[in-house]
Design a protein around this ligand. Structure first.
Ligand code: UD1
Length: 418
């Protein structure tokens, strides 16, 4: 079992380039199934969830692999399987994107329930109800969902009760080659949805309104392959800023989109960090004692992202005063708190609220990642702690970060993987 060993207390400095976005690359890889040709994806992150998506593509009969460092090539000319094995479905939540894509391509797909980080109940009722509206019959037997669009998929008007990211993306995937038009109202507006829509439009789809909550998809007969560059990962960007806020130092983040994380940058400014942004760069300094911030409520985009909650909590553990997080998206997303307390943090969780009393120092401890972003939060806290910390179960962190230890070492952190 691999672990990260962090010797805390070293300030960070230098420049770091941000990897491509996991939450854009995964639905785009599923969308490649619809193209029936070659897709060349640049800026595709080499993370374990992307390798899981490649295994699903290969299982389905496509060709998928990395050609160069971050260039993935997918060829979906042939689709031979009628569904996805239980083992592959369990590897990640995003396996569910393949349902909409395979249905769009073949009209039939058999899956089991997806896996992924345990953030509390993660039902798929909204995905299934939308697909039913588009002409899909779903038979559930012994944990398997057998989904068939006997007369093909057709467009529909779909009002989402909550702007779910995955549901919005699955509907888009099913709708691009459906008969007629689909309108999604109260659609999620996360930037990764726009990236998926732009990729599909580059393949010949007709999608509009992907960033404004009402998405219109006019079905086309077929798509073709394309070359596409995946957007930068806004949560990875927030993570390296949080690491610097926690450890102190001055860094430049390049290849990012500051406009996607304005709300997170405002929180770092409240902490006392200095932030300057360029078109695709952030100049970031954290050289003063940090201050507590006004209550942070996680919300759908453009609100404060739930995925940044754990990483931003890490520097706040040592900020002077009391900070509060209200987690509104997932029911069980404070699993990192107990581990932060092992490092000396003073945090009280009551339901969906976490109250952080800033302490003067954190100290190194043995900790255990329990999900992807919570694990990254532990790394950020360990960088600011006195002494040596150990973070185990780092397979969670590897789901979303490309060699996190190398990225942080390049900024001067003392961190190794054993
Ligand atoms: C996506 C992101 C994840 C992020 C989350 C919220 C990807 C690959 N993952 O996850 O990193 O944390 O958005 O920004 O893009 N829900 C239902 N029924 C459903 C679907 C969702 O009740 O059928 C609920 C969920 O349990 C959760 C909430 O809706 O409480 C938000 O989920 P959703 O927006 O769908 O998140 P994901 O697509 O799973």
């Amino acid at each position: 079992m691999q672990k990260l060993i962090v010797n805390g207390g070293k300030k960070l400095s230098g420049e770091i380039h941000i990897q491509g976005a996991k939450n854009a690359a995964l639905p785009i890889m599923a969308a490649s199934v619809l193209c029936g040709g070659e897709v060349i994806l640049r800026n595709c992150p080499r993370i374990s969830d992307v390798y899981s998506a490649m295994r699903i593509l290969t299982y389905l009969g496509c060709k998928a692999g990395f050609e160069d460092k971050n260039v993935a090539v997918i060829n979906s000319e042939n689709i031979s399987a009628e569904g996805i094995s239980d083992e592959l479905m369990r590897e990640m939540r995003s396996s569910l994107f393949f349902l909409g894509a395979v249905l769009g391509r073949t009209g039939h797909c058999r899956i089991t329930l997806p896996g992924g980080c345990d953030l509390g109940p993660r039902p798929i009722d909204m995905h299934l109800s939308a697909l039913r509206k588009m002409g899909v019959t779903i038979r559930e037997e012994f944990g398997t969902l057998d989904c068939t669009a006997e007369n093909g998929l057709h467009g529909a008007k779909i009002d989402l009760s909550f702007p779910s990211v995955g549901t919005t993306e699955n509907i888009i995937l099913a709708a691009v080659t459906a008969e007629g038009s689909t309108i999604i109202r109260n659609a999620a507006r996360e930037p990764e949805i726009t990236d998926l829509a732009e990729f599909l439009n580059a393949c010949g789809a007709k999608i509009s309104g992907a960033d404004c909550g009402e998405i219109i998809i006019r079905g086309v007969e077929k798509l073709h392959g394309c070359q596409y560059t995946v957007m930068p990962d806004r949560i990875v960007c927030a993570t390296y800023l949080a690491c610097t806020a926690a450890a102190g130092g001055d860094i430049v983040v390049s290849g990012c989109r500051p406009s996607d994380i304005e709300i997170i940058l405002a929180v770092f400014e409240q902490m006392g960090c200095i932030v300057h942004t360029g078109h695709d760069k952030i100049y970031f300094s954290a050289n003063r004692p940090l201050k507590a911030v006004a209550p942070i409520r996680t919300m759908v985009y453009p609100g404060f992202p739930t995925d940044a909650q754990a990483v931003v909590m890490a520097p706040l553990c040592r900020a002077k005063g009391t900070s509060v997080f209200v987690e509104n998206i997932f029911e069980n997303r404070f699993k990192h708190v107990g581990e932060l307390c092992r490092m000396g943090a003073d945090i009280l969780v009551e339901g969906k609220v976490a109250v952080i009393e800033g302490v003067n120092r954190l100290y190194g401890a043995k900790t255990c990642a329990a999900d992807l972003r919570g694990g990254a939060g532990l790394v950020a806290a360990a960088l600011s702690a006195e002494g040596v910390s150990e973070i185990s179960d780092i397979h969670y962190i590897d789901r979303g970060y490309e060699e996190i230890e190398k990225a942080l070492s390049s900024l001067g952190a003392d961190i190794i993987r054993i």
